[in-house]
Design a protein around this ligand. Structure first.
Ligand SMILES: NC(=O)c1ccc[n+]([C@@H]2O[C@H](COP(=O)([O-])OP(=O)(O)OC[C@H]3O[C@@H](n4cnc5c(N)ncnc54)[C@H](O)[C@@H]3O)[C@@H](O)[C@H]2O)c1
Length: 268
């Protein structure tokens, strides 16, 4: 195949969850730029609408839909509607996710454990459970789950920058990805995960930042910059090339991978 065409997604239908801001918005715009009909979903409907409008301003094809990934009824309604209107989904990016406050394990409430798992892990499972039958019927599909380097390694520079519920959910996303990739490889469905390192320009951690002291935030920023071999945080646009690669034919023999995107963090 012509190398230019490997990255094109013309005629594909792509769903991104959590597309109202941050990484999800960048993913949605990048996939629309490559020709996919982009279905931008989020529990924040206004933000999802805005992402779809931005994609259209760039000559992309896009729609917006409400989907709280933790809500089973919304999941059923969304996927039934998608099946009825489009009959297929070619690309699913399970991006919606949250983090909770800056607690250490013994301080973490059961409510915060459950609230986060319901979105970060169960939400991704529910989307895959609904999308895979459509992909099986088509005989192809690409699912991209969003893990984190927090799911691959621990990090504690003397204060609670991350919380175990977040790290555990992201490690579980890696397991979900590998097992599902093994189950569906023969069906033409590829399933990979991206494990981003520290990326700025998103709303992730707003809850944690609201509870942290300015001194904690300062120390945390310094510790991150000192540890990243490339010497900077990523920005959402840094991730677009990888998601486009995993979505389409350029990665046709790649499945079950958890790819760190972290300025070298995991290698140092
Ligand atoms: N920013 C980083 O450094 C970083 C690093 C590693 C992994 N991640 C992961 O990337 C993903 C995107 O995070 P981000 O940094 O862009 O943060 P963000 O807060 O800007 O974006 C998250 C989006 O998910 C949506 N969302 C939250 N709960 C939802 C739900 N129940 N249903 C549907 N949508 C919901 C939010 O409305 C928001 O639009 C998350 O899974 C996050 O864990 C981010």
């Amino acid at each position: 195949m012509n190398a230019d065409k490997m990255f094109r997604l013309d005629g594909k239908i792509a769903v991104v969850t959590g597309a109202a801001s941050g990484l999800g918005r960048a993913f949605a715009l990048g996939l629309a730029d490559q020709g996919a009909l982009m279905i931008c979903t989020d529990r924040n409907e206004e933000g999802a609408d805005e992402t779809a409008s931005l994609a259209k301003q760039r000559q992309g094809k896009a729609e917006a839909a409400r989907l709280d990934v933790g809500n089973e009824r919304e999941q059923t309604d969304f996927w039934n509607d998608l099946a009825e209107r489009h009959g297929r989904v070619d690309v699913l990016v399970n991006n919606a996710g949250i983090s909770t406050g800056p607690q250490r394990l013994h301080e973490l409430s059961i409510e915060d454990w459950d609230r986060l798992m319901a979105i970060n892990l169960r939400g991704s499972f529910l989307c895959m459970r609904a999308a895979i039958p459509l992909m099986l019927a088509a005989g192809s599909g690409s699912i991209i789950n969003i893990s984190s380097i927090a799911g691959l390694t621990g990090y504690y520079p003397g204060f609670a920058r991350l919380c175990v519920n977040y790290s555990a959910s992201k490690a579980a996303i890696a397991g979900l990805t590998r097992q599902a990739a093994a189950e569906y490889g023969r069906d033409g469905i590829r399933i990979n995960a991206i494990a981003p390192g520290w990326h700025g320009g998103t709303n992730l951690g707003a809850e944690r930042r609201a509870q942290a002291t300015p001194e904690m935030i300062r120390r945390s920023e310094e510790a991150i910059h000192a540890r990243v071999p490339m010497g900077r945080r990523g920005v959402p646009d840094d991730l677009v090339g990888l998601v486009v690669y995993l979505a389409g034919d350029a990665s046709s023999y790649v499945t079950g991978q958890v790819i760190a995107h972290d300025g070298g963090w995991m290698s140092s």
